[in-house]
Design a protein around this ligand. Structure first.
Ligand code: HEM
Length: 491
């Protein structure tokens, strides 16, 4: 969560003052619950003023003082933050069902068809049906495999673009983001929608999601979002998104037989809707929400993780050399590394894991909500608590990881530890019922792109400056500055 404190104070101080005065007139009821420790907070705004940029880092440092489970207040909303392996395991395994709900998050819900999607819908029958459609039909290994040609074509196109730079400086981050966007567009929608209309909608979505929203932290002041203009902007964006996906669906419905090779995700969803094969009525809104989710949840996270991996390789030339050697041995002078080769590239996989460990794209994962009173690490967690897991802090915990701040892919060689949600020290994709269903979809893109980049090119940075690894603010943590490099073809 990122928010603009000045805007917030401008709009809210008079109201806060009024509420504060009225609140002082109420006698506070003392809770007898054994709640997790809390850092001191201000009336009404709670701990908001302590957060700001780099929230995962702030929460890591709070955990060092207050322990692995802390209770914060984001405005009037209580939020539990978990920062240890044991706490994460308790939430996502031992009490997985209790924490399988998502809190209602105003902006995101309004931009995802009011809970008709998977990631932000309440835990229940509709979520179960949609998740099972995504796991069995949209993102299964077999389906991911069926988009191999799309991935390989986009990699070839990226290589050509790099060759076309003729060894002058270019923006590699942008190329990688475009590739990810193209692969996902072609797999989900069957083509790349020209004019970057879709990309523009995505950019607007991430921009709006980063804005301060009263409804999320002061539910009783939700009406303030009308004054700040946020509500109108969300409505306009939701309408534009809806119109875009209406066009996409109409085009698919009116598609003539043999128009396109293979089925894209919209085709599959329309087929499930028509056949009623799951015994569940898939509404048109759900189809739009599911496709939207593939973009919102899949594009930025996938390209960001790849971008961080490339950044780490550029600042660790020894690791880059080792990976190039592996690519050279596997590629054997052929034009390209193919997906058949990837199983013979353990170091590549270790590099991507290590980059994900250090740079989790969503460091606090996606918030959960408890559906009943429960005990966590001996503390009482009331029903309806919002819960965040600081996966970023856990992945850098010195009690678990040797030299946690170092980029050392070797730590992932000869170990079973991976990101599939069974090893709670490393949970970039979450775990349990609510875990990410897009792991294979994302990681095969990252593997094939990175393997070919290092196989085909030698990269050099501008001057001798070390690469800037500063993090951006926002829901997904990107590199703040794009990677600008020169690429020389490898012999
Ligand atoms: C590197 C790339 C990605 C990362 C780091 C990532 C991370 C995450 C995380 C942390 C969650 C929440 C898990 C939890 O609450 O335990 C999640 C959920 C989800 N992700 Fe991903 N994701 C990635 C790629 C994708 C892709 C490519 C797709 C789809 C094509 C996708 C679709 C989803 C969906 C639908 C959910 C909601 C699951 C639910 O609530 O049941 N993700 N992802």
């Amino acid at each position: 969560m990122s928010f603009n404190l000045q805007v917030f104070l401008f709009y809210s101080l008079p109201i806060i003052f009024a509420l504060l005065v009225s609140k002082l007139n109420f006698s506070s009821k003392k809770s007898h619950k054994n709640l997790p420790p809390s850092p001191p907070r201000l009336p009404l705004i709670g701990n908001l003023h302590q957060l700001g940029a780099g929230i995962h880092r702030v929460l890591q440092s709070m955990a060092k003082t207050y322990g692995p489970l802390i209770l914060l207040h984001f405005g009037t909303v209580p939020v539990i933050v978990a920062s240890s392996v044991d706490a994460a395991r308790e939430i996502m395994k031992t009490h997985d069902i209790t924490f399988a709900n998502r809190p209602y998050l105003n902006t995101i819900s309004k931009l995802s068809y009011d809970g008709k999607d998977i990631a932000f819908s309440k835990y229940g029958e509709q979520w179960r049906q949609l998740k099972s459609i995504s796991v069995l039909h949209l993102l299964s290994n077999k389906r991911v495999q069926s988009y191999r040609k799309v991935r390989e074509e986009e990699v070839v196109s990226m290589i050509k673009k790099i060759q076309g730079t003729n060894e002058s400086i270019f923006n590699l981050s942008e190329l990688v983001a475009t590739l990810t966007h193209n692969v996902i567009s072609r797999a989900a929608l069957g083509k790349i929608y020209e004019g970057m209309e879709l990309k523009h909608l995505l950019d607007r979505t991430f921009d709006v999601l980063g804005r301060f929203c009263f409804a999320s932290v002061f539910p009783s002041l939700a009406w303030m979002d009308r004054f700040t203009g946020l509500e109108r902007e969300i409505e306009k964006l939701a309408k534009d998104i809806d119109e875009f996906y209406d066009v996409v669906i109409d085009e698919h419905v009116n598609k003539k037989e043999g128009d396109a090779e293979g089925q894209d995700l919209v085709d599959i969803l329309l087929e499930i809707q028509k056949d009623n094969s799951t015994g569940f009525h898939l509404e048109k809104k759900m189809i739009k929400a599911l496709i939207l989710e593939v973009f919102n949840g899949g594009t930025d996270t996938t390209s960001t993780s790849l971008d961080w991996a490339i950044g780490e390789l550029l600042q660790n030339p020894h690791t880059m050399k080792k990976l190039q050697q592996e690519a050279h041995t596997v590629g054997q002078g052929r034009e390209m590394i193919t997906e058949d080769d990837l199983d013979n590239m353990p170091y590549l996989k270790a590099v991507l894991k290590e980059a994900l460990r250090l740079h989790i794209p969503a460091p606090l994962l996606v918030p959960r909500e408890s559906t009943k009173d429960v005990k966590l690490l001996g503390y009482d967690i009331p029903s309806g608590s919002q819960v965040m897991i600081n996966a970023w802090a856990i992945a850098r915990d010195p009690l678990i990881w040797e030299e946690p701040e170092e980029f050392r892919p070797e730590r992932f060689l000869n170990t079973a530890t991976d990101y599939k949600g069974f090893h709670f020290e490393f949970i970039p994709f979450g775990a349990g019922r609510r875990g990410c269903p897009g792991i294979s979809f994302a990681m095969i893109i990252n593997e094939i792109v990175l393997a070919n980049l290092v196989y085909k090119f030698e990269f050099s940075l501008l001057g001798n400056e070390p690469i800037d690894m500063t993090e951006s603010d926002g829901l997904t943590v990107h590199r703040k500055f794009p990677i600008l490099v020169k690429a020389t073809p490898r012999e």
